[in-house]
Design a binder for this molecule. Structure first.
Ligand code: O7E
Length: 221
């Protein structure tokens, strides 16, 4: 287990499906990202044991967008943390009891929970309306989550959600690069980390691309 600290402001979304490729890219970009986010593509492709391998390179965030009843959420989180993941991403629309069970389980393992407040794709604000996203963000804070997920494709929403949660919670923002969002605009709006997938792992030179985003963020400080 390792703590997620902000050094570069970049989280790699590792949505490749082969173990060798996942390890190769992760080792290449290791100094330029603060964590590696794994989700269904990689875990279904390789098995959850990939988490232990990757955790030797960087902290691992398990993006399973957990969204079930409290008991099932607890079973999922226990599995994820036992496998070596440092944090889990869960949905907040399931309500406070489900969310609190995830946070309670994370606390038992001394791990972290991020709650999706609003999604980054064009349809992402259809059900996650302004009011709903803000309510989920407030619930994440009340439940004791470590942070929320907010869309880099809508920096104005990152800013509004930052105002709801204050300084105590972190914001991780997907949607930079392939989805059109800008790393600098997202960090300026109040995000702590941008989550970047295809523009890094799909690049000819993933290391150079990760370094470019890191430098773009560094310029803001
Ligand atoms: O577009 P990319 O390739 O840079 O990848 C973005 C990653 O962030 C990808 O893994 C996708 O599943 C995830 N993501 C979004 O793109 N938008 C969201 O609203 C939420 C996520 C996500 O990771 O949710 C938890 C952070």
């Amino acid at each position: 287990m390792s703590e997620i600290h902000r050094k570069t402001g970049v989280i790699l979304a590792l949505d490749v499906t082969k173990k060798e490729e996942a390890l190769l890219i992760s080792k290449e970009v290791a100094g330029f990202v603060d964590a590696i986010k794994i989700g269904y593509p990689l875990v279904l492709g390789t098995g959850l044991s990939i988490a232990k391998d990757l955790s030797k390179i960087a902290p691992v965030i398990a993006d399973f967008k957990v969204a079930d009843i409290p008991n099932t959420d607890r079973l999922i989180c226990e599995h994820v943390f036992s496998a070596g993941c440092d944090a889990v991403i869960v949905q907040g629309f399931t309500g406070s009891d489900s969310l609190m069970e995830c946070v309670k389980t994370a606390n038992e393992f001394q791990r972290k929970v991020f709650v999706v407040a609003e999604m980054s794709h064009p349809g992402g604000d259809y059900f996650f309306t302004d009011a709903v996203s803000k309510e989920i963000a407030a619930l994440a804070k009340k439940a004791g989550a470590f942070g929320i997920v907010a869309p880099a494709t809508r920096p104005e929403r990152v800013k509004e959600l930052r105002a709801v949660i204050g300084k105590d919670l972190k914001i991780i923002s997907p949607g930079v690069g392939a989805q059109g969002g800008s790393a600098a605009d997202t960090i300026k709006a109040g995000a702590d980390w941008v989550i970047v997938g295809r523009s890094i792992y799909g690049a000819k030179d993933p290391k150079a691309e990760a370094e470019k985003i890191k430098k773009e963020i560094e310029k803001l400080i």
